[in-house]
Design a protein around this ligand. Structure first.
Ligand code: GTP
Ligand code: SPV
Ligand code: MN
Length: 612
């Protein structure tokens, strides 16, 4: 499947161990070695010893800094190249045979042309480096909802991160067996070393970066970046872009959603899945701690970024978290906003692009109200509070195993998944969009999700704070035409006996002075409570042109003084003028997608226009 390498490079037989029985895998690894010409091939077994050894090697090479063993045991800090700090949407491609299949929501290049480019870039790109082979499972090993990938990478940071984020190693090869199916994921930082050349702390390719998906072949090629979703290919590349295509073909859903459990006092437990764009509060919501007034409500975490969801025999939807860890936004994480998460970060964590304290611990904006008097910033430069720049990068992140999370749900690895009662869709919207609204039925819910928008964040390279349509929070992640994706959602709903209810939420509405109207974080429990009570048919609501909303008296207000009736009416106001502008944007989106847009979406828009 690869273009031929220019120089013949012999891979000694013994470098592919006999226990690798999968012939396709043996062949692919040999082909990639021919092409990329690494000094060594290393097969990851997934053990703790292997992880510790790789981390020690990275400490020795300067790629990792070991943190204070007493304060932050077995934890490390990585500082990336300042040009390699986030996902790059303009360097991400879906190369389907037919351009129309990728849709206007993806960058497209003809597969042969892209293969030629990648063939040139990957030729000899691992010279002087080790090529690591990482067999991994997305989802609990052997679950009927799980799938296997194999990532080849020349970055030890990627190996260590993949061990936290997914299930890796020999046990995956056992499940794969001689003829099991896997998604081949090829990654290189794109910086070969000449003999004797000294490595840099964070190798990457300054000139060329490509994150490429081949939908028909179901393969991934990523070149030039070592950061996050560009390089940990199990996450966005496989579990969302390629998986969304598999899901459409096979009748399931792969979504940018957190999954959480909610149990009312003395009541039945529900699970909800919620889609928010990058850095818009999934991690926080997934680990929510209810405020004291709602203490009887129990919230547990299944996942915080991605959900794979399949229809069950009983006509309900069942979800698993395909990941085994979190790669979460550090800035803003504190005792007050996410105490569960902070507890998880006490040990065994890799931090990337946060600040370093003089005693070898970490810090980021928002961790404490008063910053330390001196720090080393994310670029390794001395920092004081009057430096006039952030100490941590706005997209600084932590990588931590789910098993360290105090709020983890006992069923988080249930191979059958957990039943979903409701879907939530939310973006960052300063105006227009109310705190919470319930769709009148599945089709209306699909419309609500399809037309959602959000202000962009530091999770992507580019301009921050620009409102853009981000259907289902999947704009950067849907591997095919959004029109087909909306139709797939409509079809799934029709096939269900008990489709989940669908809600829109917005924690980010602001007053005229730019202050958030809603306190957010743990207080979001008040909205979740109303949502669960709606699912159980016992909460009141008022009909509005855009859907059902709670009246003031339908929410629990005990213990919350900052939101009075007047603030609540600002939070839930539906301004007909602003909504008419909103509808123009919906029309613009639909126009872009019109060749494949389901007619139901157009009808929903017309109905909304009439209602307004
Ligand atoms: P990805 O990992 O990038 O997919 O994002 P995520 O959705 O998991 O992001 P995360 O939960 O880490 O979002 C972090 C950002 O959202 C920080 O800036 C938080 O301050 C902000 N945030 C989270 N929850 C709330 C909330 O309820 N209200 C407000 N105002 N901000 C919030
Ligand atoms: C996101 O950007 O939505 C993330 C982080 O979850 S990354 O893995 O870098 O894509
Ligand atoms: Mn994400």
């Amino acid at each position: 499947m690869n273009p031929p390498a220019t120089a013949a490079h012999v891979v000694p037989d013994q470098e592919i161990p006999a226990y690798v029985t999968n012939e396709k895998l043996r062949q692919w690894v040999a082909e990639v070695a021919q092409l990329t010409q690494p000094d060594r091939i290393y097969w990851c077994d997934g053990s703790q010893q292997e992880y510790d050894r790789l981390c020690n090697e990275m400490v020795a090479s300067g790629m990792l800094i070991r943190l204070n063993q007493e304060k932050r045991p077995n934890s490390y800090l990585a500082r990336s190249d300042p040009d390699d700090v986030a996902r790059m949407e303009d360097r991400t491609f879906v190369c389907s045979r037919n351009k129309e299949d990728a849709g206007p929501n993806n960058n497209w290049v003809a597969p042969e042309e892209m293969k030629a480019t990648l063939g040139r870039l990957f030729t000899g790109c691992m010279r002087g480096r080790t090529m690591y082979v990482i067999p991994y499972s997305m989802g609990p090993l052997g679950s009927h909802i799980a799938h296997i990938g194999v990532e080849i990478t020349d970055s030890p940071y990627v190996v260590a991160s993949m061990r936290i984020m997914t299930r890796i190693g020999r046990k995956v090869l056992d499940v794969l067996g001689p003829d099991g199916y896997f998604v081949p994921c090829l990654h290189s930082v794109g910086m070969p070393l000449a003999p004797g050349q000294k490595d840099v702390v964070w190798p990457s390719n300054k000139e060329h970066k490509y994150i490429v998906h081949f939908p028909e072949e179901k393969s991934i090629w990523s070149f030039g970046s070592g950061y996050g979703g560009n390089a940990l290919l199990g996450k966005k590349c496989f579990a969302l872009r390629i998986a969304s295509i598999m899901a459409k073909e096979q009748g399931w859903l792969a979504e940018h959603m957190l999954i959480l459990g909610i149990q009312p006092p003395g009541g039945r437990k529900h699970y909800i899945a919620a889609a928010f764009p990058s850095a818009c509060g999934k991690t926080n919501l997934a680990m929510l701690i209810p405020p004291p007034a709602l203490k009887g409500w129990k919230v547990t975490t299944i996942g915080e970024d991605i959900a794979w969801i399949k229809p069950g025999k009983d006509g309900r939807l069942y979800a698993i978290n395909p990941e085994a860890g979190a790669f979460g936004v550090a800035p803003g994480t504190s005792e007050a906003t996410n105490a569960n998460c902070l507890a998880a970060l006490k040990s065994n964590t890799i931090f990337t692009n946060v600040a370093l304290t003089p005693d070898g611990d970490v810090w980021w904006e928002g961790l404490t109200q008063t910053p330390p008097r001196e720090l080393t910033d994310w670029q390794g430069k001395p920092w004081t509070p009057d430096s006039g720049r952030p100490a941590a990068h706005a997209n600084a992140r932590f990588t931590v195993a789910a098993s360290q999370l105090p709020s983890l749900d006992p069923d988080w690895e249930n191979p059958g998944g957990v039943p979903i009662s409701a879907f939530l869709f939310g973006g960052r919207r300063t105006t227009t969009v109310p705190l919470v609204v319930e769709a009148s039925d599945w089709t209306h819910g699909v419309y609500l999700a399809a037309t959602m928008a959000s202000e962009t964040t530091a999770a992507i390279v580019g301009k921050v704070g620009v409102v853009r349509r981000d259907p289902f929070a999947m704009l950067p992640f849907c591997g095919y035409h959004f029109g087909d994706y909306f139709r797939h959602w409509l079809n799934i709903g029709r096939s269900l006996e008990q489709p989940p209810r669908i809600f829109g939420v917005n924690w980010f509405r602001r007053d005229g002075n730019g202050k958030f109207l809603w306190p957010g974080f743990g207080e979001n429990m008040r909205v979740l409570k109303w949502i669960i009570e709606r699912c159980e048919g016992r909460a009141g609501a008022v009909q509005t042109p855009i859907g059902s909303m709670p009246r003031y008296e339908d929410l629990e207000w005990r213990g919350l003084d900052s939101v009075d009736r007047e603030t609540f009416s600002k939070l839930t106001a539906v301004d007909a003028g602003l909504w008419r502008d909103e509808l123009k944007d919906h029309a613009e989106l639909f126009d872009k997608l019109k060749s494949r847009l389901p007619s139901e979406m157009v009808r929903q828009r017309e109905e909304l226009e009439r209602a307004l």
